[in-house]
Design a protein around this ligand. Structure first.
Ligand code: SF4
Length: 527
């Protein structure tokens, strides 16, 4: 059984969740355990993956002989966790089941897992879970099934970094955060729900980062919603990491795109290549749409910041766009995509809008004909301006863009796909053609994908083979591959088939969290 059990033996409290993949270490569970106080030694963390059978997960949990099981429920695991809860309650109705997490913090009344749970903690449960366990283990039965946890004072919250094991530090994504909350009000995002920005005490936070460094952590993935909100704190953190830079050490931050004053620019510019990743949520360039969804964005400032970052820093930029927002049709999205592509971020994540539980964007459903999939991850199926067929086409576009545009395997080749047109139009034509050839959007091996790209370039776009072959070969060998693909061999000189000393694409792939209910990633302080 491939579960990630942090401890074995008996425990009164088991904190459990189903991660999307092994690589994601649950930040939320570690917060809850770190804040259990005197109960910590009576608790364990048990992590599993959504691919595991609920009955097997239940078996592993029951082996602890717990009195309380806390389950972290997220958009990516709600179906499997519901199945797990059903098995647990059938076998051991006496064990108290406590659920929490973003997926059940809003609109819980309609969810089957809520029916099966004994208690639900909505909101940031760092302190509330400990209080609940104290009461339950002390023999108190609470009258209310739902505990609405107020956002805790972060000075009172124990940081959880000591609960990352050496194995976690070596093999998994390790999440850190200096702040929580967001002052902005983008309606598609749960962070807009009146959650005030709060900060952990900076000296203590930096002490914890120092310990993680000493323990060998190389990649620091900050999950702060808007890292560049508090400039004094952002500066202190950037300076801290700059002073301790070592080859292979990488920091990842999320920025609001139109806020990069000189005081931050000068620091960002000093980070060496490969040491800084910036995730920049653009979401839409349509100003009418931005106003509809209450997203404030200064586009001139945004573009100026992008140009600075691309020309004067070595940061790896990852920008997000959303398809299907109210008031935006395909041509408006296309214009935004082209505008963003012109700014040259290394990655553009194209995501379909999701209707996260509790997100205020639901107020547009009727006026804009928003129809979402009722099943997680609740992606948009059609709008008044984008038909279902068009949305499916865009879904394929997004998927193929990830495989080709974002993968790092076609860095120089990708722009050739729009050699005769604008980026969106050119890539959409390729996307449609690729789907005609494969009728699938997954499980396409890299070599086959490369051959399909080659065929498209040379037969559909009629790109001269002598021009395309060296570019494709450079891309193919970028990650250290030594061989020359069979289909390129007739078109490149023999001595070109040697390996190139070009660094591989960025190793810390990320997920857009603003629109994914923490897509496969963390949610601090949540079960
Ligand atoms: S999308 Fe980003 S800026 Fe907007 S509310 Fe969410 S976290 Fe804040």
């Amino acid at each position: 059984m491939a579960g990630v059990l942090s401890q074995t033996g008996m425990a009164d409290i088991v904190l459990a969740t189903l991660n999307a993949r092994f690589i994601h270490a649950s930040f939320g569970l570690r917060y809850l355990r770190a804040n259990l106080g005197e109960l910590m030694e009576r608790s364990v963390i048990a992590e599993f993956e959504i691919s595991q059978r609920p009955v097997d997960v239940a078996s592993a949990l029951l082996d602890f002989e717990p009195k309380i099981i806390g389950l972290g429920v997220y958009i990516w695991n709600v179906a499997q966790t519901t199945a797990l809860a059903a098995v647990l309650k059938r076998l051991r109705p006496d064990i108290l089941l406590v659920i929490g997490g973003p997926e059940v913090s809003y609109e819980w009344e309609t969810q089957p897992i809520f029916e099966m749970a004994d208690y639900l903690i909505a909101g940031e449960a760092d302190l509330a879970f400990a209080d609940l366990c104290r009461g339950l283990l002390g023999g108190q039965a609470l009258r209310d099934k739902v505990i609405q946890a107020p956002p805790p004072d972060l000075a009172r919250v124990q940081m959880p970094y000591g609960l990352y094991t050496d194995d976690d530090l070596a093999h998994r994504f390790v999440y850190v955060e200096a702040s929580r909350g967001c002052p902005y009000s983008c309606e598609f995002c749960l962070s807009s729900l009146d959650i005030p920005p709060r900060r952990f005490p900076l000296p203590e936070f930096l002490d914890q980062m120092r310990v993680l460094m000493d323990r060998g952590l190389r990649h620091f993935k900050f999950v702060d919603r808007t890292f560049n909100l508090d400039l004094a704190s952002s500066r202190a953190i950037l300076e801290f990491f700059l002073q301790r830079h070592q080859p292979g050490r990488l920091c990842h931050f999320e920025l609001v795109p139109d806020r990069l004053p000189e005081t931050l620019r000068s620091l960002v510019a000093r980070f060496p290549a490969g040491s800084l990743q910036l995730e920049i949520g653009v979401q839409t360039f349509n100003e009418h749409t931005a106003a509809l969804i209450s997203r404030r964005q200064n586009y001139l400032q945004l573009e100026d910041n992008f140009r600075f970052l691309r020309r004067q820093t070595k940061a790896h930029l990852h920008a997000d766009l959303i398809i299907g927002l109210p008031g935006e049709d395909v041509s408006s999205f296309a214009a935004g995509f082209d505008r963003l592509a012109a700014l040259g971020p290394q990655e553009i994540q194209v995501g379909l809008l999701k209707r996260l539980r509790g997100a205020p964007i639901a107020r547009h459903d009727q006026q804009w004909g928003m129809i979402y999939n009722p099943l997680p991850p609740y992606e948009i199926l059609q709008t008044k301006l984008i038909s279902f067929a068009q949305m499916q086409q865009m879904r394929r576009f997004a998927r193929y863009w990830d495989l080709v545009g974002n993968s790092g395997n076609f860095v120089e080749t990708t722009p050739m796909l729009w050699r005769d047109s604008a980026p969106f139009k050119g890539f959409l034509a390729f996307s449609d053609w690729l789907y005609q050839q494969t009728r699938r959007t997954d499980a396409i091996a890299l070599l086959r994908l490369a051959q399909l790209v080659w065929t498209y370039l040379t037969t559909v776009l009629r790109c001269p083979e002598q021009e395309a072959a060296p570019i494709m070969l450079r891309d193919y060998q970028r990650g250290g591959r030594r061989e020359c693909p069979e289909f390129l061999r007739p078109h490149v000189p023999r001595n070109h088939a040697r390996p190139l000393q070009v660094p591989p694409p960025s190793s810390l792939r990320r997920q857009s969290r603003h629109q994914a209910g923490d897509a496969e990633g963390p949610s601090a302080g949540c079960l």
